[in-house]
Design a protein around this ligand. Structure first.
Ligand SMILES: [Zn+2]
Ligand SMILES: [Zn+2]
Length: 278
């Protein structure tokens, strides 16, 4: 069985092919069963290539995270983003999770990251030279391929200037807290605050289906646990809390979804690595 760091081997294939080609389409989309759609941006560097999720409800829809905001999201999927109310919820406020949240009327985030969502700092650019070398080093040590010139390997359209990109913040319209519920009409979700990757990291739990939307707390790839706003002790506590929950499926902030056995395996791998195993 692969450990999360071995998973990174295929990531080493990342490289930019200048001159940058124009991508045929920017977003990839996978419609899963039960009204769930997964999105991702294949031309973004693996470190920042996040999954985000659209979930249909009878009264309103839920969007969990929103990618980098390189290309407007709403107009790209008119069948999903029509007149119906949609709650755009951020699992946390890193660049790859809040890029398009400004397009939405209802913008929810945990209170601990409200300020960061309104005024993003840290990695807010596509130009790798603008990223602090210390941070770049951390990412490579975690198992990601080194940065080249840009965080993208194709242009979204002819004439796009990646130097003009800036992560656009948005003032949240509602602040969430641990144990809050989200009611879509025919389905309900619970917010679980699980910090460590960032102070206001949340997971979204659908008890009826045993499904956890985990953001960057856990995914089947190299976890990032050392850096600004990150706390290893707190991270370990959050992972232990996950282990105790009856989770069957994890739809994560990065990489493919996985089931309970893999969840336990990843948690145990990291707790052992940090010297915090049972
Ligand atoms: Zn992420
Ligand atoms: Zn993150």
């Amino acid at each position: 069985m692969n450990t999360p760091s071995e998973f990174s081997a295929e990531r080493q294939a990342w490289g930019t092919n200048r001159p940058y080609p124009v991508a045929q389409r920017w977003y990839e989309r996978l419609d899963l069963e039960n009204g769930v759609t997964r999105f991702w941006e294949p031309h973004v560097h693996p470190l920042e290539q996040a999954n985000f999720w659209h979930i249909r409800g009878s009264e309103r829809d839920l969007l969990i995270d929103s990618g980098m905001g390189i290309v407007p999201l709403r107009p790209s999927f008119p069948d999903l983003f029509g007149d119906k109310e949609v709650i755009a919820l951020a699992t946390h406020t890193h660049i790859d999770h809040i890029g398009a949240i400004h397009e939405f009327e209802h913008r929810w985030v945990h209170a601990a990251e409200a300020r960061q969502m309104a005024h993003p700092s840290g990695v807010v650019t596509l130009v790798c030279a603008d990223i602090h070398p210390q941070l770049s080093k951390l990412f490579v040590e975690a198992g990601y391929p080194p940065f080249d010139e840009l965080l993208i390997d194709a242009m979204p359209y002819e004439g796009y200037d990646p130097r003009q990109y800036r992560l656009r913040g948005a003032v949240p319209t509602h602040l969430v807290h641990d144990k809050d519920t989200i009611d879509l009409g025919d389905r309900r979700f619970e917010i679980i605050q699980l910090p460590g990757h960032s102070p206001g990291s949340i997971c979204i739990w659908e008890e009826a289906t045993g499904t956890l939307y985990s953001g960057d707390l856990i995914y089947d790839g190299p976890l990032v646990y050392e850096g600004p706003g990150m706390d290893l002790e707190v991270y370990a506590q959050s992972l232990r809390r996950l282990k105790a929950m009856p989770i069957q499926v994890v739809h994560a902030g990065h990489d493919p979804s996985f089931g309970r056995a893999r969840l336990i395996e990843i948690i145990d791998t990291y707790l052992r690595r940090w010297g915090m195993g049972d």
